[in-house]
Structures are given as structure tokens and as C-alpha cells.
Design a protein around this ligand. Structure first.
Ligand SMILES: NC(=O)c1ccc[n+]([C@@H]2O[C@H](COP(=O)([O-])OP(=O)(O)OC[C@H]3O[C@@H](n4cnc5c(N)ncnc54)[C@H](OP(=O)(O)O)[C@@H]3O)[C@@H](O)[C@H]2O)c1
Length: 297
């Protein structure tokens, strides 16, 4: 796949060689959107992932790192997904990035990363960035992503959603809005050097309310099973949906909602992009096709 170029953008030759953004996780939920929006804004973009991106990049194959970084001056950093130990790989990559002359990294972290379990490397990656002077960085700490409800993360099974939240609330955020914040930091790194943003949606919703919105959009009833956390987590591990050590991450993510310490709406998206964050109603209307196919058995 060729790298994406915006033919309408005519930077001078020097700038053209120095304004290439590397988008790791470039085929994923936020990465694909970041790549598209950056291209629309006139940057040259290189997407990277194991399959289907501009370049083949595998966190588990350090031999892919150097070529991926060649000619790049800024990076959207999506760390290995579905696992808890990755800081050594990321540090190795960042060493190479510094050597390659990268000027800025924007890291997709997680809401309340400073309260994440010590066994999970989310915060450790933030600290790796903070201790490096060779390039600037921005950190994004989004709430639970709305797309969890429209993709394989939280599927409707027999028109019922199952996830433990204890009736708690979360300020679910649209991946489009996360990407828009990331794009601003990558377009103008100097203005966002050292910045930490926590993108959230405009409302803190219970999953019962989410289910009600989905039901109203698709025009049929949707149930909600606020399941016991241990049953849900053990079921995910036993079914092979997640690695056994990822249970600690699922317990933390659901535990913050259950304990009432989860995300609440803030103004970060509007502050960075100048636009209001997407509501769950808007997201659900846009995503209705995800729930209008025949219910999964
Ligand atoms: N879900 C949420 O509610 C939520 C909330 C806050 C933060 N986050 C964070 O968001 C991040 C995930 O970002 P996302 O949702 O944009 O991505 P995503 O949709 O989960 O996609 C993952 C991307 O990473 C690539 N990838 C997976 N394994 C890889 C590997 N070993 N080497 C190289 N690339 C690999 C995938 O492509 P290939 O499979 O082709 O390699 C894909 O492009 C996670 O770090 C998560 O903690 C998620």
C-alpha cells in the first residue's frame, strides 16, 4: 500500500522531507482515523501494523523498528494491545526513534493511567517519554471508547449486553474525537509539548442508559446483564478472548466504574479541537448498522 499523500498540499522540499507522521496501530480504531485526518491536513503519513498498513511493523519483531522510523519526524504511539507488559519493547523503539531524529511522540494512554495497576505498563511508558529529552511528547488518556459497544469488545448477544459496571457511570468518548485531539498534537507539536489530555464524551452514562440509547436507535429492546465481575473476567480468559494476565486490566477498567472513580466529562476535546465532543446519541445513530444485523446467537 503506498503512503498517503495529499496532492493539494505543496510544502517546500525541506519541509516535505521532515513532515512525515508515523501512525502505529495505523489500521486500528484511532490510528486509521488519525492517519486519515493527518493526510487531510497535509502531512505525509505512514501507517504501521502487522497487516494491511503502509509498512509491516510488529512490536514482537524489533527488526521491523528501524525501517519503520526511516524518514519520519513524528509518531502516534499505540503500544501492543491486549497485554500488560510492553515497556521494554517501547523503550527500545523510543531509543531508535531518538536516534532517527524524531521531534515528537503522541502516546495513546488510558484514562487515570496514574492509578493503573503497577503490573500494567501504561504508566511506565508515560514515564519513559517524560525522561527523554531528545523529542517532545503529548499524552492522551481517553475514557472508555464508544466503539467498544459497536465492535467485538462488547457485542450484543441475543440483544443483551453483558459487562460488569455495578450501575456506575463512564464518560464514553468517540474514537473520532480522540483522533482529532491526537491530530492537533501531531500537526503542531510545539503547542502541545508536555501536554496531557483526557478526552471524554459530554455525558457520564450508565450502561443501562447506553443500552436504552442503542435500543431507541435500532427500534427494538436491548437487555443489560450487569454481571458479576469475576464471572465475566474468568469467562473472557477461559474463552481465550484475552490472555490470562490481562485479567488484571479488565478488573481495573471495570472496577473504576463499579467504585465510582471512573471518568467524568471535561473540556479537553473542545479545548484542543475547538469542537464539542460527540454525544452517545450521535455516535449510536451513526453506528446503527453495527446493531441492526441479525442478533448474534
Ligand atoms: N477500548 C477502550 O475503551 C480504550 C480506552 C482508552 C485507551 N485505550 C487504549 O487504546 C489502545 C488501542 O488503540 P486503538 O483502539 O486505536 O487500536 P485497536 O483498534 O485496538 O487496534 C490495534 C492496532 O494495533 C495493531 N497491532 C496489534 N498488535 C500489534 C503488534 N504486535 N505489533 C504491531 N501492531 C500491532 C493492530 O494491527 P495488526 O493487528 O494488523 O497488527 C491495529 O492497527 C490500547 O493501548 C488501549 O489501552 C482503549
Amino acid at each position: 500500500m503506498p503512503e498517503q499523500k495529499n496532492a493539494a498540499h505543496k510544502p517546500d522540499t525541506k519541509a516535505a522531507t521532515q513532515r512525515t507522521a508515523l501512525v502505529l496501530g495505523g489500521t486500528g480504531r484511532t490510528g486509521a482515523l488519525v492517519a486519515r485526518q493527518l493526510t487531510e491536513r497535509g502531512l505525509d503519513v505512514r501507517t504501521a501494523s502487522r497487516r494491511g498498513a503502509n509498512v509491516a511493523f510488529d512490536w514482537d519483531d524489533p527488526g521491523t523498528y528501524a525501517e519503520t522510523l526511516n524518514g519520519v519526524d513524528r509518531v502516534y504511539l499505540v503500544t501492543p494491545v491486549g497485554r500488560i507488559k510492553f515497556v521494554d519493547q517501547v523503550a527500545n523503539f523510543l531509543d531508535l526513534a531518538a536516534g532517527a531524529g524524531i521531534r515528537h511522540v503522541t502516546y495513546l494512554s488510558t484514562y487515570a493511567s496514574d492509578r493503573s495497576p503497577a503490573e500494567v505498563d501504561i504508566r511506565a511508558v508515560e514515564l519513559e517519554l517524560a525522561r527523554r529529552g531528545a523529542f517532545t511528547h503529548s499524552i492522551l488518556r481517553p475514557a472508555w471508547v464508544m466503539q467498544n459497544f459497536s465492535d467485538e469488545h462488547l457485542p450484543l448477544i441475543n440483544d443483551t449486553l453483558t459487562v460488569p459496571t455495578g450501575g456506575g457511570r463512564e464518560a464514553f468518548v468517540d474514537a473520532v474525537d480522540i483522533a482529532a485531539v491526537a491530530v492537533e498534537t501531531l500537526i503542531n507539536p510545539d503547542a502541545h509539548a508536555g501536554a496531557e489530555y483526557a478526552p471524554t464524551g459530554p455525558h457520564a452514562l450508565t450502561v443501562s442508559e447506553v443500552v436504552g440509547i442503542i435500543a431507541s436507535v435500532i427500534g427494538r429492546p436491548v437487555g443489560y446483564n450487569d454481571i458479576d465481575p469475576d464471572v465475566w473476567i474468568n469467562g473472557a480468559v477461559d474463552a481465550g478472548f484475552v490472555r490470562a494476565d490481562y485479567a488484571i486490566m479488565l478488573r481495573w477498567l471495570t472496577g473504576t466504574i463499579i467504585s465510582g472513580t471512573s471518568s467524568r466529562p471535561n473540556g479537553d476535546i473542545e479545548k484542543v479541537t475547538g469542537r464539542s465532543p460527540t454525544s452517545f446519541q450521535e455516535f449510536a445513530r451513526r453506528s446503527a448498522a453495527a446493531w441492526t444485523l441479525a442478533p448474534a446467537a
